[in-house]
Design a protein around this ligand. Structure first.
Ligand code: SAM
Length: 292
């Protein structure tokens, strides 16, 4: 059978998803666009060269990253206005999703240039699809702030969010992020850590936050790419004992009975769940007791 010649690529900007690990996760259309485009704008040209070499693609590349987004964006726009076809890729996944891309897309739209998405892998939705949490509504939050104080406030602002929460996280911060998550969302909030998606060591850790934290603490080092998902806040009528609307004394009694904890250990647990100090909780407990 004779091969049909490929139709030429129309001018415009193509937002091309690339694998997040497994090189088989690239679409035929993405390969064709990368092969036919006049130029490929890459977050890191060396990284993309590996992908291009694997698929025997020889399209010229140009760098487009966080630090040259402004200047390079104007250059790329000029080329698009001259009728070129330009493919945009990031190191992995979908450009623009916690990666450069949004700005050139906005520039192109404002200049009346066609913007075509070439869909494919994205760590956030890939993790969500297999996490086992509700997919009805989800909120993608990118990376939580690196500083502990800002991260806590950020988490506080999400405490009552009903949608499934999806975060990206770096391995060297995962323990402190989980500790803050326990303090704000409660040790029992269900969570999933999706590690090394699509790669040989792909792993899903599923369970209450305190179990995930314990499992990771048991490991000598934290490594690999990680996406963290948290179940949304429970409905008012299905609230568990971890929510601050339950009195401290009720939660204390519950923990002492169900987990055979003594009062101090139970108080310590509630402090972790609520992100409060033990002494503040103790004072509140005294107040509760004086009211009855
Ligand atoms: N644009 C990418 C996308 O569409 O998924 C995300 C880029 S962001 C700079 C990189 C972060 O995505 C990583 O730090 C990690 O949190 C998450 N990530 C990327 N690849 C992953 C993988 N294979 N498994 C789990 N998380 C991954």
């Amino acid at each position: 059978m004779r091969e049909m010649p490929e139709a030429p690529l129309a001018p415009g900007l193509y937002i091309v998803a690339t694998p997040i690990g497994n090189l088989e996760d690239i679409t035929l259309r993405a390969l064709r666009v990368l092969r036919q485009a006049d130029c490929i704008a890459c977050e890191d040209t060396r990284q993309t060269q590996k992908l291009l070499a694997h698929f025997d693609i020889h399209t010229p590349t140009v760098s487009y990253h966080q630090h040259n987004e402004r200047a390079r964006g104007a250059e790329l726009l000029a080329r698009l206005q001259q009728g070129e076809s330009l493919a945009l890729v990031s190191d992995a996944g979908l450009p623009g999703i916690s990666d450069p891309g949004a700005e050139i897309v906005q520039l192109a739209i404002a200049a009346g240039i066609a913007v075509t998405p070439i869909p494919g892998p994205c760590a956030a939705v890939t993790a969500l699809a297999a996490a086992g949490l509700s997919t009805e509504r989800f909120l993608f939050l990118g990376f939580a702030p690196a500083r502990a104080g800002e991260r806590r406030s950020f988490f506080e602002s999400l405490r009552s969010e009903r949608a499934t929460l999806v975060f990206y996280e770096a391995p060297h911060r995962i323990l402190s992020t989980l500790e803050d998550a326990v303090a704000v969302f409660g040790a029992d909030r269900h969570a999933v850590l999706a590690r090394e998606l699509t790669k040989i060591h792909e792993e899903f850790l599923r369970g209450p936050l305190h179990e995930l934290l314990a499992a990771l603490r048991d490991r000598e080092i934290q490594r690999g790419e990680m996406t963290l998902l948290l179940a949304g806040a429970p409905d008012a009528d299905t609230q568990s004992g971890v929510t601050p609307t339950t009195s401290i004394s009720a939660r204390l009694a519950e923990l002492m009975q169900s987990e055979s904890l003594d009062e101090m250990a139970a108080l310590k647990r509630i402090a972790r769940e609520r992100g409060a100090s033990k002494s503040a909780l103790y004072r509140e407990l005294q107040r509760e007791r004086s009211r009855v």
